[in-house]
Design a protein around this ligand. Sequence first.
Ligand SMILES: [Mn+2]
Length: 452
Amino acid sequence: MRRWVYNGFWVWLLTLSSLQAVSEPKSLWGIPISEYDSRRQALSKALESDQMAVLMAENEAPTRLRFRQENHFMYLTGVETPNAVLVILPEDSPLEERTILFLQRRSRASQIFEGPAPEPNEATRQELQVDAVRDRREFNEFLKETLTHHPRVVANRPARTALPEIACALETEAQVGTVEGMMARLRVVKSPAELALMRRAAQISAEAHQALARRVAPRVYEYELEAALLETYRRNGAQREAYPPIIGSGPNALILHYNANKRQMQAGELVLVDAGAEYSYYAADITRTYPVSGKFTPRQRELYNAVLEAMQLAEREAKPGVTLRDLHNKVVEFFRNHPLRAKDENGEERTLDTFFVHGLSHMVGMDVHDPGQSAPLQSGMVFTIEPGLYIPSEKIGIRIEDTYLMTERGAVSFTPNLPRQASDIERLVQQGRRAPQQPRQPAQPRQPAQRR
Ligand SMILES: [Mn+2]
């Protein structure tokens, strides 16, 4: 009887796995495995005859952190495992194998703690569509041999750290440069599969911003707003934040990278929220600025509208062939010609461009500041438009930011339905005010809890 159950189990398992082999889409992290192969081929093509690309995975994460793969390695493999190495050789290399993945075998003890990892074997090679999969322990010897044909190495960040030491131990010469330029050219234009993941990251982030907006009220702490973001991200399957959220109320809105998020908001202030989720290794980047009391003052409103107009101007000007620098300059010019004025730290009246103190745009992708910043815009690129005004003399900081896909017909926002008009922003905050509020002093309940 026991024997029969045992066999039945294996029959069931085999049936299940063969069904999966047919029905399971051949993708990793939402990207087709064939697309990873195309990316590796494109890098191979970009290499000169005496070059080789060495990309190392991230080391194991410290216990307090969740493992996150290095982006270039992830982009080329889809493999989220530490201590692996990918080598790519140029198309015209005399060596037979052009894409070689070195994987670390997990010890039994480490499997107990970390679970299984892809093994360096033929099944893994076939699944990942690389030319060869080898044991990580063979890498050093391989490197030594391959350097004789390909002495110029282009490497990602973990490899630039590790390779000089390895080469030194092997008593061999390696000229180690960076792979950043080549990777930027690959990564800057997004594929349909990447765009689907980015759209999802943006949708989750937009939902999070709306959940947050409903909690905006006087005497609420910035971290209470942060809680609304995290709850929405994780409930929707986002792995983590794309960057630490900036929730700056009152004077904190003037600190561009403020993220302590620990201040109690006061009536009459603005709160600036710059936050995005990471979904399947792709980032979203969205900023909104809310009136804490649910209503902009006339001064806040006129400045808010100036920022929104600047954003809309940049949206119209974004076309294939235009650079992010061009867009930035247009917005600076718009602020310079705007009729509003504000006082600088010396009490002197200045035009608004004085108070726009950061870049207008950046590329977005696996990194929230993705490579390829200087490339002229073309279809498939994803970038932000984020004008802002920061006026210390009035304790006002305002920024509005959305993420856009460049198309032949112009820039298309990933989140066109997320409110940004002043009156819609006010309505969003006021909606939360009408909903039942949590008691503000939970430490002192009005009635003692009844035990029995
Ligand atoms: Mn941004």
